[in-house]
Design a protein around this ligand. Structure first.
Ligand code: SF4
Ligand code: SF4
Length: 114
């Protein structure tokens, strides 16, 4: 069964409000399949065996900030929002403050269990 990450939260924000996912430029795509096979964990892509091209079937399963498939694409045919947009989402979600808090909590847990 494929997990649906679209209903999860990203640093407390509904995942569907964060528009981070791949967009394929089909003019550039040569149908090598590496994006589809690379994203086996989140299963963002399906494969169209008739056209021999990827389909972004589950965009909100994409891990926010990941762009591995774009980096692997031999044709630079996979687009993501710019880094500045990602950082604005990070700041709107107060992710850095929340991360620090989580780390402090983990530290407390670890030191109290010793
Ligand atoms: S990696 Fe790039 S060229 Fe290959 S199938 Fe995916 S989008 Fe197309
Ligand atoms: S960026 Fe990462 S999680 Fe998102 S579709 Fe590509 S490989 Fe999958």
């Amino acid at each position: 069964m494929i997990r649906d990450y679209s209903k999860t939260k990203w640093w407390g924000i509904d995942r569907r409000k964060i528009h981070w996912y791949p967009i394929i430029d089909y003019e550039r795509c040569v149908g090598c399949g590496i994006c589809f096979l690379t994203c086996s964990g989140r299963v963002v892509y399906d494969w169209d065996f008739e056209r021999m091209k990827p389909i972004v079937a589950r965009p909100y399963n994409c891990m926010v900030g990941c762009d591995t498939c774009a980096k692997m694409c031999p044709r630079d045919a996979i687009l993501f929002p710019p880094l500045g947009r990602l950082r604005r989402w990070r700041d709107e979600a107060k992710a850095i403050v929340k991360a620090r808090k989580k780390i402090e909590e983990l530290k407390k847990k670890l030191t109290s269990s010793q």
